[in-house]
Design a binder for this molecule. Structure first.
Ligand SMILES: Nc1ncnc2c1ncn2[C@@H]1O[C@H](COP(=O)(O)OP(=O)(O)OP(=O)(O)O)[C@@H](O)[C@H]1O
Ligand SMILES: [Mg+2]
Length: 221
């Protein structure tokens, strides 16, 4: 069984009285432990596809099985439970809470877990250490550089120990040496067994992945 099994996924948006098909039948298996990059030009459907894989949105038609469970027909509550248990997200613009400390930001996803663990704070501190920010735990996001903020976001994405890490242009706002540091952390996580799906339009960023797929006009090519 693959971690993710997408079959003939289509996504249509209705604009006025016109239907616009953004994903045009995507069939894709993602294996456990893979490091996959999905590349494509602006508007090709990368984020829409990532939203499907990450259970942030459901397809108009087609089947999506995550760890063998069909998720394409679940409601919002069920989807958010699945996200919390299985998926960590990293976005281009970090999405940290401005008034929370670094440590509180990292702990945020644990608040929504059904099964509470007793060592969450210790786990979060270990993750901050992993991304080199153990001495910044009490800082606020605006007291950090962009690269540091993205490292906090990575620690937050990992705190629920997800099987799948989804990163949508994680280095898009960073200079090339900071971007390389972020890619190094993602590679380390993949080496430890986390499945990583990276969305990017940058060849150099994509070259860290072990498999590269291209999407063009809503279709894999
Ligand atoms: N909520 C929406 N309603 C209508 N159209 C949408 C919606 N979201 C995305 N689209 C359309 O779907 C197409 C693909 O968008 P998407 O965000 O997936 O592109 P992308 O490949 O991630 O581009 P970029 O590299 O610029 O981030 C675009 O033409 C966009 O206008
Ligand atoms: Mg996008």
């Amino acid at each position: 069984m693959s971690l993710c099994e997408l079959k003939e996924i289509r996504k249509t948006y209705r604009i006025g009285d016109e239907d616009i098909e953004v994903l045009k039948g995507i069939t894709l298996n993602i294996e456990k432990g893979e490091f996959l990059a999905i590349m494509g030009t602006s508007g090709s459907g990368k984020t829409t596809l990532m939203n499907m894989i990450g259970c942030l949105d459901v397809p108009t038609s087609g089947s999506y099985k995550l760890t063998g469970q069909e998720v394409s027909s679940l409601d919002d509550d069920e989807l958010s439970t699945i996200r919390n248990e299985h998926i960590g997200f990293i976005f281009q613009s970090f999405h940290l809470l401005p008034y929370a400390t670094v440590l509180e930001n990292v702990l945020l996803p644990t608040l929504y877990l059904d099964k509470r663990r007793h060592n969450e704070k210790e786990l979060a501190m270990n993750l901050l250490k992993l991304v080199g920010l153990q001495d910044r735990a009490k800082f606020r996001p605006n007291q950090l550089s962009g690269g540091q903020q993205q490292r906090v976001a990575i620690a937050r994405a990992l705190v629920n120990e997800p099987e799948l890490l989804l990163a949508d242009e994680p280095t898009g706002q960073l200079d090339s040496s900071t971007a390389a540091e972020i890619m190094k952390i993602l590679t380390e996580m993949n080496n430890k067994g986390t499945t990583v799906v990276l969305i990017t339009h940058d060849e150099k960023t994509a070259s860290h992945a072990k498999r590269i797929l291209k999407i063009s006009d809503g279709m894999l090519v």
